[in-house]
Design a protein around this ligand. Structure first.
Ligand code: DGL
Length: 268
């Protein structure tokens, strides 16, 4: 198979990884994508390291069936806990969202006070903090888990009073710490950026890991001479492990366009 025509594999615990697919489609429009959302076992954000690693290994195995040229872990929770293990087991280039997001935050902060929000498992891992300190140990990192944001986003409650009140509860401690940059360390959080800005103020820079991750994907593909040459129309395929109807119904919110056909599969 011509290397440049091979698809990029993307996996997430469910639907949220479509925010990463959106960024990939915008920035690398010639690339084909195979997306795997583990909707039967979502959420990962409440689970233990061993479970997250086990599921992530299975997700990679699934994507390898499609001859993918690299794999993007769209899920922050999987990236936090499983990336080193996945890189040990598989030869295909695997890109997580943590390092790209951390690098963007290091570049953005002026007062060296950075906030990180994510699922409980992501925050427990300390992965963003570690990645930031690898680059600049002087940066102070303030972390906050925000477990209610994922269901709020999936429910479509992005701007109203309920979302605002929840955001105020979670984000006030970070505001008190005078952060000037906040990493949106979860696939779902870019959808509530405007509510987060309302609480923290417009001057706080919100870092969307998805954007930065695509830059890293481009670099990896260029480095291995595997960027698509654009000669064939890209193909997008979506697989989920539970009933596709929920994914179909709200997927456009994350992807910015209607999700085409979605197939239900068993991961292992
Ligand atoms: N995709 C997950 C993440 O980015 C959020 C949903 C979950 O808890 O599985 O961390």
């Amino acid at each position: 198979m011509n290397g440049t025509r091979q698809p990029i594999g993307v996996f997430d615990s469910g639907i949220g990884g479509l925010t990463v697919v959106k960024a990939l489609v915008e920035e690398l429009p010639s690339e084909s994508i195979v997306y795997f959302g583990d909707t039967a076992r979502v959420p990962y954000g409440t689970k233990s390291k061993s479970t997250i690693v086990k599921f992530s290994l299975e997700n990679v195995e699934f994507l390898l069936r499609f001859g993918v040229k690299c794999i993007v872990i769209a899920c922050n929770t999987s990236s936090s806990w499983a990336l080193p293990t996945l890189r040990k087991y598989f030869k295909v280039p695997i890109i997580g969202v943590i390092r790209p997001g951390a690098l963007a935050a290091v570049r953005a902060t002026r007062n060296k006070r950075v906030g990180v929000i994510g699922t409980t498992a992501t925050i427990r891992s300390g992965a963003y903090e570690t990645a930031i300190h690898r680059v600049d140990p002087r940066i102070k990192v303030f972390s906050q888990h925000c477990p209610l944001f994922v269901p709020l986003v999936e429910e479509g409650w992005l701007n109203g009073s309920v979302c605002l009140e929840v955001a105020e509860r979670y984000l006030h401690p970070l505001k008190r710490e005078r952060i000037d940059t906040l990493i949106l360390g979860c696939t779902h959080y870019p959808l509530i950026s405007s509510t987060i800005h309302k609480v923290l103020g417009p001057e706080v820079v919100l870092v969307d890991s998805a954007q930065q991750t695509v830059t890293e994907v481009r670099g990896v593909l260029m480095g291995t001479d595997a960027l698509s040459n654009g000669n064939t129309r890209p193909r997008y395929r979506f697989f989920v492990t539970d009933e596709p109807s929920h994914f179909n119904r709200i997927g456009h919110r994350f992807l910015g366009q209607v999700v085409g056909s979605v197939e239900r599969v068993n991961p292992v």
